[in-house]
Design a protein around this ligand. Structure first.
Ligand code: 0X9
Ligand code: ZN
Length: 411
């Protein structure tokens, strides 16, 4: 009897701690009110301590702090007069909470639009949607490093003259789950509402929509099994202890080898060995480029989280694009539509000055191949990759309102 109980509790423990990477005791700190004069200090601390940066803005940065680092980092920041506050006391607790919620739901099969869905469920939903609508197709545009299909849904309502294309992808960064759920919502909403909702109907009458809910399936799958906070793909690197290339530093934007990415395979911003060295970024970019041969690709939306930003080119330089005025006005239209949905505010502007400069990003690549309206969006919220279930639909609704408004404004 005792043996049975021990066995039962072992099974229970195994189910509860399904992730192999544990963040118990890790905290998320926000270093705030950073002045221009303090910026170099902050950068040096991040580099010296090899801190894991989760997000940042013009005057703040969120870093994950291990239990071992707390004391010394606190002292260092205080000595430099840098303000910081603990944003999440124990990073494992929201991860556990999220997992418990998902487990409770698990009795139901099939997609749940107002919740997070694993890779298999999303793929099944994409196939099912293509089977249910004669104007929706599904295509595998290549394979990930671990051999998973890279799926895209094409929403193309027949009739009228040839339409321009709008490309929207989600999940280039594995842990940004609110983006995957936003793409899934889009697929569901646009298909169900075409011919009923006037705004959806106008959008699909104007555009062929190419929707890729999971840009980085190997990484996404890994965030469900091993490490909820995984960001990159799962490519082996020259360092046997470090895995993964940041697919948003791997694009052939003409400035891949610039200073604003990492050459260190252990970094979360590792650029890879060459532009488009990665099967995922290569497949997506080849495919989009092939689309431009036959049809106009009017816009590219690359979805991220978090920090509520709507960004346009450039990322590689602080210089402004010649089209900056129009990019700013379309971004404003997008942000206004977001605000009108649930009151959330998004800041907008060029990538370099709105978040930070970055080489090898999707928007700069899109711009380089002639897609001027190439945007990078950072969705909700302002403090975490883990968003409660209650925010999944609102986040998706406002994002699609923004994308729709922007697309209707682009000529
Ligand atoms: O660093 C990034 O790649 C993005 N931020 S995140 O925290 N989601 O990782 C910002 C990149 C902005 N550039 C493009 N989207 N092209
Ligand atoms: Zn991201």
């Amino acid at each position: 009897m005792k043996g049975v109980r021990v066995f039962a509790s072992l099974v229970f423990v195994a189910l509860c701690s399904a992730y192999t990477v544990d963040y118990k005791g890790h905290q998320l700190w926000r270093v705030d009110d950073i002045t221009a004069a303090q910026l170099d200090d902050v950068r040096a601390i991040i580099k010296n301590l090899d801190l894991d940066v989760w997000a940042s803005g013009r005057t703040w940065v969120d870093v994950r702090v291990t239990p071992q680092l707390r004391r010394s980092l606190g002292k260092t920041l205080a000595a430099l007069n840098l303000n910081f506050r603990v944003q999440t006391e124990d990073l494992q607790s929201p991860i556990d909470e999220e997992r418990n919620n998902l487990r409770q739901r698990k009795s139901s099969t099939g997609i749940t639009i107002d919740d997070y869905n694993d890779l298999e469920t999303i793929e099944a939903f994409m196939k099912e949607t293509a089977a249910n609508y004669d104007w929706v197709t599904i295509e595998s545009i290549g394979k990930s490093l671990e051999g998973r299909d890279l799926w895209v849904n094409i929403l193309s309502v027949p009739g009228g003259a040839e339409k321009p294309i709008a490309w929207i992808d989600c999940g280039i960064h594995a842990r940004e789950w609110i983006t995957h759920s936003t793409c899934v919502y889009g697929l569901d909403h646009l298909t169900k509402e075409y011919g009923k909702d006037q705004e959806v109907t106008e959008l699909l009458d104007k555009y062929d929509i190419y929707l890729m809910p999971v840009y980085n399936p190997d990484g996404y799958s890994f965030t469900w099994t091993d490490d909820r906070m995984w960001r990159k793909n799962r490519a082996p690197t020259s360092d046997p202890f470090c895995i993964g290339v940041d697919l948003n530093r791997n694009q052939d934007d003409g400035h891949w080898d610039g200073p604003y990415s990492s050459t260190d395979p252990c970094s979360d911003a590792y650029r890879g060995t060459a532009p488009f060295s990665e099967p995922e970024s290569k497949a997506v970019s080849d495919y989009i480029e092939s689309l431009t041969q036959h049809q106009k690709v009017n816009a590219y939306f690359n979805l991220h989280s978090y920090s509520q930003l709507w960004m346009h080119v450039f990322g590689w330089t602080f210089e402004l694009a010649p089209e900056n005025d129009v990019l700013e006005s379309v971004s404003k239209i997008g942000c206004d539509a977001i605000k009108a949905t649930h009151g959330e505010t998004f800041d907008y502007g060029p990538i370099a000055s709105t978040i930070y400069p970055a080489n090898g990003g999707t928007a700069d690549w899109g711009y380089k191949i002639g897609i001027v309206h190439s945007y990078g969006l950072e969705l909700r919220d302002r403090s975490s990759f883990i968003l409660p279930k209650s925010e999944i639909l609102p986040a998706a609704e406002e994002t699609w309102a923004g994308i729709r408004a922007a697309l209707m404004a682009i000529e």
